[in-house]
Design a protein around this ligand. Structure first.
Ligand code: MLT
Ligand code: MN
Length: 299
């Protein structure tokens, strides 16, 4: 199986359009230690021919442009993208669907909760239902997809998308609004979990023995946006585990049998995006990699 990281940044991308932060400015200036990143998404393939996108970020048009394996090959209109699988209803996971209009056939897989969000937003009807089949993914049930791989969605702790929040503190729920994706082919098992509010015992059991886990790397420290004067919200409040701390992802993965652990969906405030930072050194010392656009994993 081939896994291509189309985008490694969280919502907003890196640099984010309105951020005057140090990391963003270094990325804008072309500093080789601080690489720009587009918003999170993967392309996966079992045969290198048919590709499945996991999430459609607002940067999808640029990501396809930069990825020759996703370019049309046959006739006047075609695509090697056979399906799109969504792990949530956040803007950074769905807005790129609008790029995939133009009467092109593909299957769109999501949980009922996420399909309901799309159905409530008529702009997504631009994906002509004559061509784009909206298919409901059942949790915990592997779906055989073109190219010889299977994807299984499973609920992880998360919250309602930001633009649908109705009060100050939406509860963290495990209801299929936020899911992880298991990608399985030829006995290999990889996971993509770009948003996760907590490590549960069930999730830890699921990840045991994985070849690769690409995991929520939104913030390094839970209070990093509050301390930086960027937002009143902690990572926990945004539905994201942070990398550091006793409830953080580095601690949660200690002792788990996971061959490669890779942070993805990294927020522009996160100092690990600066490869010469102490925080970057700490995650590397803990056995983690920091995803970047164009990273390819072959299993
Ligand atoms: C998130 O990951 O928390 C969301 O993408 C935030 C957002 O929609 O900007
Ligand atoms: Mn996000």
């Amino acid at each position: 199986m081939r896994i291509a990281v189309l985008g490694a940044a969280a919502g907003g991308g890196f640099p984010q359009w309105n951020s005057n932060g140090r990391g963003c400015n270094r990325a804008r200036a072309g500093d080789p230690q601080v690489r720009p990143r587009t918003q999170a998404g993967l392309a996966v393939s079992g045969d290198g021919d048919a590709w499945i996108l996991i999430n459609a970020s607002p940067d999808l048009r640029q990501q396809i442009g930069q990825s020759a394996f996703l370019h049309p090959r046959d006739g006047l209109r075609s695509t090697p993208i056979a399906a799109v699988v969504l792990t949530g209803g956040d803007v950074d996971a769905i807005a790129g669907l609008l790029t995939l209009r133009e009467r092109q056939a593909f299957d769109l897989f999501a949980t009922k909760a996420v399909h309901d969000i799309l159905a409530a937003n008529p702009v997504f009807e631009v994906l002509n239902r004559q061509f784009v089949q909206r298919r409901q993914a059942e949790l915990d049930r592997p779906m055989a997809l073109p190219g010889g791989l299977a994807i299984e969605l499973f609920a992880v702790p998360g919250k309602t998308p930001l633009y649908m929040e109705t009060d100050d503190a939406p509860p963290i729920v495990v209801d299929g609004t936020t899911v992880g994706a298991a990608i399985v082919a030829a006995g290999r098992r990889a996971y993509f979990i770009p948003g996760c509010a907590a490590m549960t015992p069930a999730l830890a059991r699921r990840l045991e023995g994985a070849d690769v886990v690409l995991f929520d790397g939104t913030l390094y420290a839970d209070d990093e946006m509050v301390a930086g004067g960027l937002s009143p919200k902690t990572g926990r409040r945004m539905g994201h585990m942070s990398m550091s701390g006793p409830d953080g992802s580095m601690a949660a993965f200690e002792g788990l049998d996971v061959r490669r652990r890779i942070f993805v969906h990294i927020n522009n405030s996160n100092p690990v995006l600066m490869e010469d930072s102490a925080e970057h050194a700490r995650v590397v010392a803990a056995g983690w990699e920091v995803a970047h656009d164009g990273m390819e994993i072959i299993l």
